[in-house]
Design a protein around this ligand. Structure first.
Ligand code: AMP
Ligand code: MG
Length: 492
């Protein structure tokens, strides 16, 4: 057991910043005016080995606003490029964020990355800032996905300030400290490839391998690159399977928003499904639906192709194809496993994929709330009429529901687990609480008025979404018709 650190005992490393040119630029943050601490995340403090009593330390406001640096910090803007909506953009990089350094705890290294830190050489025309609205959304999403067992960056703390920041309207500048095992994106490798900095590219491959694939580090550059690409393909497949199973749409799956270790990364106009709507587009500037919910499996493969192309100076075409070829079978397997768990199926049966596809078709024909349906299904035990489920499905679909339930009953007979235990397992797989857009909006509006209690409450629910929390029943409700279609600003 390692002892927990107080804030003054925290000492950052700066392995990435020490790579120096051409990996980015060292520069200090530009502090926000009159920062106010909105939240610190005890769960992330514990991940980092920091005493939870430090959650209330007012010093966080100074640190997250960029006014005070943690000991050992060497702030560094990372350079990357990427494909945005299918077109290559050479001018990207940390335009409003800085890697502050890394914390090591329990043998793991965590990056601390300050988002909203002011302008950098990669800001282009941007002001280098983030606003309260978008930082709250990022803060919530990291916790919601993590609790659902989906890899994601998280946030350590969040500050607001009195600094005016112009978006569609005048807002206030905010900042969060994003925590992840790595901030290396697909776009880091694309940058080094398209600028023909191949020695640096090898160095970055080695850097990532040392952290995540230590067994490969004795091998030559080519073997390391192959190990890394296989790792990223596999992690990305698992990631998409997770998103599709919980109804998460990322919204902006550009290659600069893709993490090399398969974390959900860079939250913009994301959305969790209310009604099960496969073609759901959460990003209002995505006019062609490139990043629609059901397009995610395909677009992540597109992104992996872009990454593989950036590896083409290190690996031959056959190897690249072979690495990419793993994606589809891994995705199908991981998704099938998640859906079996949602349906409470312990044994694998060849008809399971069809059973789950038939249910999704029924839900899509709805409208039916995705989360509420699976939560109710978790309590189903063969009753007819299946009133709790019927209450969630339009009457015209009740015959189709009964038909599907007949198949489901039949399939459940093959299971050996007692139904009580199945139900219990399903209630730990199918959440009661989900990060619905209308709830995020409620939390944001309160925070903009200086009331952070709804944020704190919602975080508690999202961090333990399978618990009943009877005192928070209203937070489990589906939105009203108007609440389903709240416009999400794409500016952040
Ligand atoms: P994003 O849309 O957040 O994924 O960002 C795409 C690119 O724009 C990245 O290079 C960001 O650093 C940069 N960027 C986004 N917003 C700002 C901003 N307000 N100021 C400076 N750069 C920004
Ligand atoms: Mg981004």
């Amino acid at each position: 057991m390692t002892t927990l650190k107080t804030l003054v005992q925290v000492k950052l490393h700066h392995h990435y910043a020490d790579l120096g040119e051409p990996f980015g630029t060292a520069l200090p943050p530009t502090p926000l005016q009159n920062p106010r601490l909105v939240h610190t995340n005890p769960a992330v403090l514990s991940l980092l080995g920091i005493d939870s009593a430090e959650a209330d330390n007012p010093q966080w406001a100074q640190i997250a606003s960029g006014a005070v640096l943690l000991s050992g910090s060497k702030p560094f803007a990372m350079k990357y490029t990427g494909h945005q909506f299918g077109s290559y953009n050479p001018d990207l990089g940390d335009g409003r964020a800085l890697l502050l350094g890394e914390i090591e705890h329990d043998g793991l290294r965590w990056d601390l990355h300050l988002k909203g830190a002011g302008q950098t050489p990669y800001s282009r025309f941007g002001d280098g800032r983030a606003v309260l609205r978008s930082t709250i959304r990022e803060y919530l999403a990291g916790e919601a996905l993590t609790a659902l067992g989906i890899r994601s960056t998280r946030a350590l703390c969040l500050v607001d300030s009195e600094e005016p920041v112009a978006r569609e309207k005048l807002e206030t500048g905010a900042a969060l400290i994003r925590v992840a095992r790595s901030h290396v994106r697909f776009g880091h490798f694309e940058y080094l490839f398209y600028t023909r900095q191949l020695e640096a590219q090898r160095k970055l491959v080695q850097f990532v391998c040392e952290q995540f694939l230590p067994d490969s580090t004795d091998s030559d550059a080519q073997a390391q690159a192959e190990a890394l690409l296989r790792f990223t393909v596999a992690r990305s497949a698992e990631l998409v399977a997770g998103w599709q199973s919980v109804g998460f749409a990322h919204g902006v799956l550009n290659t600069d928003n893709m993490s090399i270790i398969g974390d959900t990364f860079d939250f913009g106009p994301y959305g969790f499904l209310d009604d099960y709507e496969p073609g759901f587009i959460c990003n209002h500037s995505d006019h062609t639906g490139r990043y629609a919910f059901d397009a995610q499996p395909g677009v992540v493969l597109w992104n992996l192709n872009a990454l593989a192309h950036a590896f083409s100076a290190l690996l031959d075409t056959e190897t690249l194809k072979d690495c990419l070829g793993q994606y589809q079978p891994l995705l199908i397997e991981a998704y099938a496993e998640r859906m079996r768990a949602k349906l409470g199926l312990e044994i694998e049966d060849e008809g399971d994929q069809q059973l789950s596809a038939d249910l999704l078709q029924l839900l899509a024909d709805g409208p039916v709330d995705y989360t509420l349906f699976f939560r109710a299904l978790s309590r189903y035990c063969g009753e007819r009429p299946a009133s709790a489920l019927e209450a969630l499905v339009p009457p015209a679909q009740h015959p189709a529901l009964a038909h599907w339930l007949d198949h489901y009953d039949h399939r459940l007979q093959k299971e050996t687990r007692p139904s009580g235990l199945r139900s219990k397992a399903m209630l730990h797989t199918n959440p009661k609480f989900i990060l619905r857009n209308y709830l995020a909006q409620r939390v944001i509006e309160a925070a903009e008025q200086g009331d952070y209690q709804p944020l704190d409450d919602f975080l508690t629910l999202l961090q333990s979404p399978f618990d009943e929390h009877p005192e928070f029943e209203s937070w489990a409700a589906a939105p009203s018709e108007s609440g389903k279609h709240l416009p999400i600003s794409c500016s952040s």
